[in-house]
Structure formats: structure tokens, C-alpha cells
Design a protein around this ligand. Structure first.
Ligand code: EPU
Length: 337
């Protein structure tokens, strides 16, 4: 464990933005993390996980603590289920592959989501009809004021759509160090009703899919729509899908009869922001070295060398345009720093 100075964070954020950390340290154990937090010559500290949900607009004038806690273990097992604990620094997709190789079911629909295990509960990651909370048991988090580990069960996490207590009351107060998932050992509960998965399985000629085949289908869909951050800098969906009232929706439908929608509850409707952005004419638009992805309008991309500030300005232009056309406010899902 060594504190370095003036380190580029380019390889630590999936947008590939070249900003500098004034000080940087990578921690591999909770004890190392505690030691670093006790260092009093660094007043400001900044926690970095997988760097997959942040847009860095400026150099970080703080001690950046890279959470690199590795390890996966089986906590307990029953005849039908297994409780698996993964440490925060495990790469999410590699962890999903580990569960699939052990024939543990539950996470297959969330294959290939960028980021690390430790940040997955913060925004309750989700894809293709499954959210983190569906398999979540608990997480351990270091309380930054007591420097003790606290445990959060599912209820305590207050999960919502791309939301949790860690984005609200607990924001900035904890560092998640590990997460426990409850997964199936047999009679896997396959979720293949999300349209794209069904059609992909058909293309693959699979009638009775295994969890690995569902994962393969999800990987194929994601690869066809979403840019690989290793090739083109991005943070997945830049915006959340807005939720509007049934009344607003009925009004919009008069002018935009093809507007897609999902019912959230009796009176609330979710609109795909990707459709709003595409309809507003932004899909595939490039502005020099950054732009809106050509296959999924919800994803903003850095083709190389863009500044975080450019991407923020583009996101503001998109928000303003969407509001002007549809009177809908869309909110960034990515944290702008
Ligand atoms: N659509 C368009 N144009 C686009 C993109 C989408 O018209 O360019 C419309 C289409 O009508 C499409 C619908 O949006 O049928 C839904 O698109 P998609 O299935 O791609 O899902 P999404 O709502 O755009 C959400 C998540 C993704 C997740 C997918 C699949 C959010 C903010 N995003 O996107 O999550 O992979 O569903 O479950 O909820 C992420 O959070 O980083 C992410 C990639």
C-alpha cells in the first residue's frame, strides 16, 4: 500500500477521461482501508470503485482511495440455495461468470454490466427484467464516522429504480466492502420474458435455456447495442428513464402516438429516455470526439480525448431539448464529479 501523487485516472473510469488524482492509493484489505482513512495528512478523501458510473469533469484534489478488495466465498448453503459473499473490488461481470461456472442462478440477466460488486447496490443495478435487489441479502459497509463495519439487509438498503439509501441519507457516509447474494443451486428462476431475450434465444435456437445460455443471450444483446468501454469510453445509460403521470402520458400520446411506455403502477408510466433522445434527433450524433451512441441513444460516448465538461454540456443540451419537445425532465443516472 503506497500513496502515489499526480496519477492519471484514465484507466480507472470507463468514460476514459484523463483527469488527475492529486494523491492515489489502492487498498486490498479492510485493514489497509482503515489505515488509509486514519491518515490525517490527507483531509479530503474520494472513494473510487469500478469507475463505471461517474463523469469526471475536473482533477480530484484529494486522496483517491481505490477499493481493490478481492475475494468470493460461500457463506452458507441449503439444499436449494447458496449464499455467496463477494468483496467490493471484484469486477461485476467476472463475478457473474464465477456464479454461472458454479451453476448458481440469479445474476445471469445482469451479465456484462460494467463496474464492481461494491458499487452495485448503490444504484441497484439492473438489466433485462432483473435488478440487484432480487438476489441481494445484505452488504457490509464501513461507517466513515465510527470506522466500524455496519451490516445492511435488503430493507435497510431502501432499494428503488436505480436508487438506494447509499444515494440518499447514507450518501458519502459509508464504503461498501462486501455484498452477499442468495442464488439458486437448482430449479433456477429464469427471467426470459424481456422481449429481446426471447428473440435472441430463438436466434440461438435454444428452447429450454440454461442460466449460461440466458447469460449468452444477454451478452449478445448488450454487445449489439452497448459500446464496450474498453473500446469506446462510456458509462452505460447516461440518463434514467423518466417516470411520468398517466395524465401527462395520455397528453403526450396525442402528439406522439408511437411513444413506448411501461406501466410502473396504476398512475405512473416509465418512458424510455432512449426513445425521447432518438426522437429529438440526437442518436448517433457526434461532436468531434464525443457524442451519442449510434445503437442506444441513452449512452453518451467519449471517442477518445474528450473532456468531461464537453460531455456534461452535451447532456444539458439533450435535457433542455427533451424538455422543450416533450415537457419531460430527464435526470442523469451517472454521477457528475
Ligand atoms: N429506445 C429507442 N431508441 C434508443 C434506445 C431505446 O427508441 O436509442 C426505446 C425502444 O423503444 C426500446 C426501449 O427504448 O424498446 C427500451 O430500450 P432498452 O431495452 O435498450 O432499454 P432502456 O430502457 O433504454 C434500460 C437500462 C439499461 C438496461 C436495459 C435493459 C436504464 C436507465 N437503463 O435501458 O441499463 O441494460 O434497460 O434492461 O434503466 C445502465 O443502466 O447503464 C444500462 C445499460
Amino acid at each position: 500500500m503506497r500513496v502515489q501523487h499526480n496519477i492519471s485516472l484514465k484507466k480507472y473510469n470507463t468514460f476514459g477521461l484523463d483527469v488527475a488524482a492529486k494523491h492515489f492509493v489502492s487498498v486490498a484489505t479492510v485493514d489497509q482501508l482503515l489505515d488509509v482513512l486514519k491518515l490525517d495528512n490527507y483531509q479530503d478523501k474520494f472513494i473510487l470503485g469500478g469507475g463505471s458510473n461517474m463523469l469526471l469533469t475536473k482533477d480530484i484534489d484529494a486522496l483517491v482511495i481505490h477499493i481493490n478488495l478481492k475475494g468470493i466465498s460461500i457463506e452458507k448453503e441449503t439444499d436449494t440455495h447458496v449464499y455467496v459473499k463477494a468483496n467490493a473490488g471484484e469486477n461485476w461481470h467476472e463475478f457473474v461468470l464465477w456464479t454461472l461456472n458454479n451453476n448458481f442462478g440469479g445474476l445471469e440477466n445482469m451479465s456484462l454490466i460494467p463496474g464492481n460488486v461494491g458499487t452495485s447496490p448503490i444504484q441497484n443495478i439492473g438489466a433485462y427484467g432483473v435488478e440487484l435487489k432480487d438476489n441481494f441479502v445484505s452488504c457490509e459497509a464501513l461507517n466513515l464516522s465510527t470506522l466500524k463495519l455496519d451490516s445492511f439487509n435488503k430493507e435497510a438498503c431502501e432499494f428503488g429504480y436505480r436508487n438506494s439509501i447509499f444515494k440518499n441519507q447514507a450518501k458519502g457516509k459509508y464504503i461498501i466492502t462486501s455484498v452477499v447474494f442468495k442464488l439458486t443451486k437448482k430449479k433456477h428462476n429464469l427471467q426470459t420474458n424481456y422481449g429481446a431475450i426471447q428473440s435472441q434465444l430463438e436466434i440461438m435456437g435454444v428452447v429450454h435455456p440454461t442460466i449460461k445460455e440466458v447469460s449468452k443471450a444477454v451478452i449478445a444483446i448488450r454487445q449489439s447495442k452497448l459500446p464496450n468501454p474498453k473500446e469506446i469510453g462510456n458509462s452505460g445509460s447516461f440518463f434514467k428513464n423518466p417516470i411520468i403521470s398517466l395524465e401527462e402520458f395520455e397528453k403526450l400520446k396525442e402528439n406522439f402516438p408511437t411513444i413506448p411506455s411501461y406501466k410502473v403502477s396504476g398512475k405512473k408510466i416509465k418512458i424510455p429516455a432512449g426513445w425521447l433522445i432518438e426522437t429529438a434527433g440526437f442518436k448517433g450524433k457526434t461532436f468531434g470526439n464525443y457524442g451519442v451512441h449510434k445503437n442506444q441513444a441513452l449512452v453518451l460516448v467519449n471517442y477518445g480525448g474528450a473532456k468531461g465538461e464537453d460531455i456534461v454540456n452535451l447532456s444539458k443540451l439533450i435535457q433542455k431539448t427533451i424538455y422543450r419537445i416533450f415537457k419531460i425532465s430527464i435526470e442523469a443516472e451517472v454521477n457528475i464529479i
